[in-house]
Design a protein around this ligand. Structure first.
Ligand code: F0G
Length: 447
């Protein structure tokens, strides 16, 4: 199972390749083909083994020291939590880097959420702290840098909203036209407005995300637009840094569990690749258990997992968590590898569980968008099932910012009758101190 450096990396001093694990074909690192031309499989990046500027291979302690250097002193991605790991992400990027910067997101702990989940050691890796408010920026800085390297004339993606917001921002920075395909009526308001504001040409497709993804793949192949969905292997190289950064924040001591929301399964795949490489390079000595959490109404991967991955399913997706409303996840195979290699689990949570977890996360002062809360709902389930113990060290990844989906917040806090659990109704008053006093006395502890 555990692979060595030699099988995961190319020799120091060579260039990266785009490799098809399905048929073992190797392509130049600069090919713009969205998938393998021989078998249609998805590419993965094989980088040269990490080395310092003098060409000395770096592993273990030396590599940790390399990553501990002041990130501000490195490359063009000044202060970026992605480009700090440049020699494991895209060693050949050089002056092409398009960085906001991004990454360097916090690991949070909150008493209220430890109580809510029953897990004392719960930490939250909040990717909503990225520049466009989701983890997508980590993959997009690398994807758009690659677009610059190959001289792409336009970049495109299908999206449930976060990828499109991120693509729009990075394409604007790079000066490359961006084209996004979003499902009609199924994208949260904050994401849609970001995408429009940053200037991507936005096509609202009469269909769902899975229709959008099929369409953009045809567009990429037939019209020569560079595809930046997470089937693009460079996106995953960037997203690996969520894992590398959280491991570094934990002094390279892997936690017991890492839990993340799952939709198209790009992030689950990226986490698997990061763990495989970190283990082979001696950055960590043991692997955490990896837990992917889907929404019940969009859980083909969880169903497949329950059946020992005997069958790959497609469903018509339904969930309040629009970010993960995906019925035919593109990265199924590589996510399966990630789960299998890390003694992983795939769960699903109902919309009620997701929203209850979101309300708890919001009320703790942390806040996140609905899909992100699937990870915390998953932690709660595992504690209740006795699989996770109170003392376990657990990192739940929050993938997006609370303001991404103001529609759901309006429903919870202002519209739904009777007010749901956790609703915080605003109170309209006259401009009068007495009115405020009456409200304050409501806060006073009972005499
Ligand atoms: N959480 C959020 C907030 C997301 O936006 C997404 C995916 C996921 C989790 C799931 O990640 O697809 O790698 O399994 N959003 C994509 C988008 C599909 O278009 O923004 P995944």
């Amino acid at each position: 199972m555990a692979q060595g450096v030699d099988s995961l990396f190319r020799p120091v001093g060579t260039s990266a390749i785009q490799f098809c694990p399905g048929c073992q074909s190797a392509y130049s690192e600069l090919t713009a083909e969205p998938v393998c031309q021989s078998c249609g499989g998805l590419f993965e990046i094989r980088n040269p083994a990490p080395a310092d500027s003098a060409g000395q291979a770096l592993t273990g302690q030396a590599l940790k020291q390399h990553f501990a250097r002041d990130p501000g002193a490195q490359t063009l991605g000044l202060g970026s939590g992605v480009w700090r790991y440049e020699n494991m992400v895209m060693p050949g990027a050089g002056s092409a880097i398009v960085s906001h910067p991004e990454g360097n997101t916090p690991l949070l702990s909150r008493e209220a959420l430890a109580r809510y989940t029953g897990c004392d050691g719960l930490l939250l890796k909040h990717e909503g702290h990225n520049p466009t408010g989701s983890f997508k920026d980590r993959g997009m800085t690398v994807g758009v840098t690659q677009a610059v390297r190959i001289g792409a004339t336009a970049v495109a993606c299908a999206s449930t909203g976060n990828t499109s917001a991120s693509l729009a921002a990075y394409a604007a920075q790079a000066g490359i036209p961006g084209l996004v395909f979003v499902p009609a009526g199924q994208v949260a308001l904050g994401k849609m407005m970001q995408t429009l504001s940053y200037g991507a040409r936005t096509l609202i497709v009469r269909g769902d995300f899975d229709d959008c993804l099929r369409l953009v793949q045809r567009v990429a192949t037939q019209l020569g637009v560079y595809l930046l969905n997470s089937i693009n292997p460079y996106r995953l190289e960037g997203q690996k840094t969520i894992m590398l950064e959280l491991l570094q924040q934990l002094a390279w001591e892997a936690p017991d569990f890492i839990v993340l929301p799952a939709g198209n399964l790009g992030n689950t795949s990226a986490f698997g690749k990061a763990l495989r490489e970190a283990h082979a390079l001696g950055l960590i000595s043991r692997l955490p258990r990896l837990v992917a959490v889907q929404a019940d109404g969009a859980s083909p991967f969880a169903r497949s997992f329950r059946e020992g991955f005997a069958t790959r399913y497609k469903v018509v997706a339904h969930t309040v968590a629009t970010a993960i409303k995906i019925g035919n996840p593109a990265s199924h195979d590589r996510a399966r590898q990630a789960i299998e290699e890390n003694n992983g689990l795939v769960l699903s949570a109902t919309d009620e569980e997701i929203l209850a977890a979101k309300v708890a996360i919001d009320a703790s002062g942390v806040g996140c968008e609905p899909a992100s809360a699937a990870s915390v709902a998953g932690v709660r389930q595992l504690v209740h099932a006795g699989i996770m113990q109170a003392h376990h060290r657990v990192v739940a990844v929050l993938t997006g910012h609370v303001l991404k989906d103001p529609g759901i917040l309006t429903r919870i806090h202002q519209e739904t009758e009777p007010p749901p659990h956790g609703a915080n109704r605003p109170i309209e008053i006259d401009a009068d101190v007495r009115a405020v006093e009456r409200i304050l006395t409501g806060f006073a502890p009972a005499p």
